[in-house]
Design a protein around this ligand. Structure first.
Ligand code: PRP
Ligand code: URA
Length: 209
């Protein structure tokens, strides 16, 4: 799967190891979501185009580099994607932010859309959808469907943990999307939770359970 990158960086593995523990506090978990998102973003932005810019150092004039166009947009899937977006904004402070609200119906496991607000020029931008968990893949596929219906084509999807079932569904539905995964876990359980996983990401970020 040429468009799937599984991060195997020791820092990510270490931080995910802390996040998986059931004893990790809400605050620590939330901070780690942002940190791991930043590390994945570092890889996901590797192919961004650069432009030359003339600058002056304290010694001489020289040609430096800057990100060309700066047309980026981060799209967190609510709720759990919000803290990934916060982390990434530390690295790309000028990016615009769109929001897609989806929750999984607990019985069917299918996503239900309840919110969508995107920058008016989103179709001109390179989009980074962020959500900590890619489980059945329903939410990721639905979010990308929503964006594509609005004419958006340049899409990347970033998650902390994925199940093989979700990766398969997402790559089948949207083979053009670049996918970046912190860790590929073993499988889903009968309730659609990732094993070993880290539990319900939204509940752990917001302390709602
Ligand atoms: C979680 C997670 C993803 C979705 C993944 O959100 O943040 O959006 O589940 O599952 P899927 O791949 O099977 O669709 P949830 O529906 O729990 O909503 P929340 O973020 O509001 O808690
Ligand atoms: N959503 C989560 O937050 N965790 C899972 O393991 C699966 C879906």
């Amino acid at each position: 799967m040429s468009n799937v990158t599984i991060m195997d960086h020791p820092l990510i593995q270490h931080k995910l190891g802390i996040m998986r523990r059931k004893t990790t506090s809400t605050k620590e978990f939330r901070d780690l979501v942002s940190e791991v998102a930043m590390l994945i973003c570092y890889e996901a932005t590797r192919k961004l185009a650069l432009a030359d810019i003339e600058i002056e150092t304290p010694l001489v004039k020289t040609i430096a580099k800057e990100i060309a166009g700066k047309k980026l947009c981060i799209v967190p899937i609510l709720r759990a994607g919000l803290h990934m977006a916060d982390g990434i904004l530390n690295l790309i402070p000028n990016a615009k932010v769109g929001h897609v609200g989806l929750y999984r119906n607990e019985e069917t496991l299918e996503p239900v859309e309840y919110f969508c607000k995107l920058p008016s020029d989103a179709a001109d931008r390179e989009i980074f959808i962020v959500d900590p968990m890619l489980a059945t893949g329903g939410s990721a596929v639905a979010a990308i469907d929503i964006l594509k219906k609005r004419g958006i084509t340049k899409i990347h999807f970033l998650c902390l943990i994925a199940a093989p079932e979700g990766v398969e569904r997402l790559t089948k539905a949207h083979p053009d999307v670049e996918i970046y995964i912190g860790n590929l876990d073993e499988r889903l359980n009968e309730k659609g939770y990732i094993l070993p996983g880290l539990g319900d990401a939204g509940d752990r970020i917001y302390g709602t359970k």
